[in-house]
Structures are given as structure tokens and as C-alpha cells.
Design a protein around this ligand. Structure first.
Ligand code: A3P
Length: 289
């Protein structure tokens, strides 16, 4: 039974009880992946919806009709919600099945590493993730009260937000990438060079794109198209769950918005934590802090 504004703690990580139950989370950790599946992995507010749209465009490039009538969350559902939804039977007919998760790798690795499932990890500058997440808390009425931006800043740095620490999430997934069929892509790549990023992603997915198909995908995944389309912009979510009068889900869609929110002191503090947490990471991530 879903619970409003209640945090569900699962394996030590806080998650929204409105969206998940212990049973649905347990089912996700036991989920049986197929070799043809594609799993999109993100920390919240990293461009999940954007990539859900891109993946379903790539695999429906001959027919964009279904994107006009089915919301992204039904086309590329979260495995942590599959148990509570009726998406799976209808997905069995389509290959590949496209799924999303915000869970950490340690919860899924046992089942994932025995399959050839393609894992697409979307990372975003955590400073922009923090700002986007702060605004999302104002929109999503089922999330905990967070107080001021300064309060939320501290909670995020301490990993005391839903889905835990951004740092743990990305390090956990990058730490197991050798065991998986894994592709890392960033929000920043998609913003700066959407054409190149989508081509590289398509190659990883084994999909060749004609130039006209690529042009169509670029159009249908643009912020201007997505923010106007009710299957993509979350405006269909009822007002009990989203207070559309205070925020929009499709808010800014830019890189570097953190500069309008962080004080110099917060920025220095964030950089220190980032260096301590990420300093040893071999992968070069394309954002400037
Ligand atoms: P902002 O709040 O910074 O605007 P998620 O889907 O993981 O919840 O991420 C939501 C963030 O992705 C929001 O960021 C949203 O505006 C942004 N976003 C969604 N679609 C986008 C697109 N087509 N282009 C750029 N940003 C997009």
C-alpha cells in the first residue's frame, strides 16, 4: 500500500513511500533481466525523462506515433514500480524492453551481471542535480518537507535525501561497469553535442540511424518539444501529487543553473566534498565545478 509523504527505507536508503513499497523494491532487486533489455540508470534529476524519451525514440524510429499517446514513465518504466503496475505484460510483446532505475548497483548487480542487458548510466553535474532536486521537492507534494535551499544543500551533501548520496550512487555504478554491458553518458554531453552523443549511444545500442531519423530524434527530444508535450512534461500528474502552480517538472533544462543558487561559501564546501569523494576516480567527467 503506497503511503503519502512517507519515506520508505530500503537496504539503508531512503525512498519515497508514495512511489515504492518494500514489496516493490524487493521485487526490483529480484528482477529477471533478459539479454535484450536496456536499463537506464540515473540518480534523480539527472536527465532521466530526457533519456527515457531518447531511448524510446531510437527504438521506435520508424514510428513515432506511440510517443504521442504514451507517457515516458509507461514506455520506460522504473523496475522499482513494476510490481505495482501492469506494464510488464504489454512490454513482453516489444523487444527490447526498456526499463529505468534509480537504485544503486549493489542492489541489482547479481541479476544484471548474468545477463547481457545494456546499461545506460546518465550522470549530471551534481551541483545542477542538487538545484533541480530542490525545486522538484517544491513540485512533488509526496516528498518530505525540506525547508530552505540552505537546509536542502546540507542534506544533499550528507546524502540525506531520497535515493541517498549522489557520490555513492555514481561510484557504485562506475565501480561495477567492467562486469556489465555499460555505457556512460552525461547530461552535459547531451546538452553540448546532442547529435554526437545520440550517435555514440545508438552505436552502443546496436542501432544505425539514417540522417533523417537522427534529425527527427533531435527534434522530439529537444527541451522545447518535450516541455510542450503533456506525455513528456508530467503535467498529467494529478494536483494531489504535483503542485503545478509552484513549479514545472520541465523547469530550465540547462547546465550551470547552480551558479544562480550557490553562495561562494557553499560552492567551496561542495568542491571540498567533491574532491574528497571523487578525487581518485579514473573516469573524467565533463563538467567544470
Ligand atoms: P532542471 O530542473 O534543471 O530544469 P529527471 O528526469 O531525472 O527528473 O531530470 C529532470 C531534469 O531534466 C530537469 O532539470 C528537466 O528540466 C531536465 N530535462 C528534461 N528534459 C530535458 C530536455 N529535453 N533537455 C534538457 N533538459 C531536460
Amino acid at each position: 500500500m503506497a503511503k503519502f509523504k512517507v519515506t520508505e527505507v530500503f537496504e539503508g536508503i531512503s525512498m519515497p513511500g508514495y512511489l515504492h513499497t518494500q514489496e516493490s523494491l524487493r521485487a526490483a532487486t529480484n528482477f529477471q533481466f533478459q539479454d535484450t533489455d536496456v536499463l537506464l540508470v540515473t540518480f534523480p534529476k539527472s536527465g532521466t525523462t530526457w533519456m527515457q524519451q531518447i531511448l524510446s525514440l531510437i527504438f521506435n524510429k520508424e514510428d513515432f506515433q506511440n510517443i504521442q499517446s504514451i507517457p515516458t514513465w509507461a514506455r520506460v518504466p522504473w523496475i522499482e514500480q513494476i510490481y505495482l503496475s501492469n506494464y510488464l505484460p504489454q512490454m513482453e510483446a516489444s523487444k527490447p524492453r526498456l526499463f529505468t532505475t534509480h537504485l544503486t548497483a549493489n542492489l541489482l548487480i547479481n541479476n544484471l551481471k548474468t545477463s547481457k542487458t545494456r546499461v545506460v548510466y546518465v550522470a549530471r553535474n551534481p551541483k545542477d542535480v542538487l538545484v533541480s532536486y530542490y525545486h522538484f521537492h517544491k513540485l512533488a507534494k509526496f516528498l518530505p518537507e525540506i525547508g530552505s535551499f540552505d537546509d536542502f544543500f546540507d542534506q544533499f551533501l550528507e546524502g540525506k535525501v531520497n535515493f541517498g548520496s549522489w557520490f555513492n550512487h555514481i561510484k557504485d555504478w562506475l565501480g561495477v561497469q567492467q562486469d556489465l554491458n555499460f555505457f556512460l553518458i552525461t547530461y552535459e554531453d547531451l546538452s553540448q553535442d546532442p547529435r554526437g552523443a545520440i550517435q555514440r549511444l545508438s552505436n552502443f545500442l546496436g542501432q544505425q540511424l539514417e540522417s533523417k531519423e537522427l534529425e527527427n530524434i533531435l527534434h522530439y527530444c529537444s527541451f522545447s518539444f518535450m516541455s510542450q508535450n503533456e506525455q513528456l512534461n508530467y503535467s498529467l500528474v494529478p494536483p494531489e501529487a504535483f503542485d503545478h502552480s509552484v513549479e514545472k517538472f520541465m523547469r530550465k533544462g540547462v547546465t550551470g543553473n547552480w551558479k544562480e543558487h550557490f553562495s561562494p561559501e557553499q560552492n567551496a564546501r561542495f568542491n571540498n566534498v567533491y574532491q574528497a569523494e571523487m578525487g581518485d576516480l579514473a573516469v573524467k567527467l565533463p563538467w567544470s565545478l
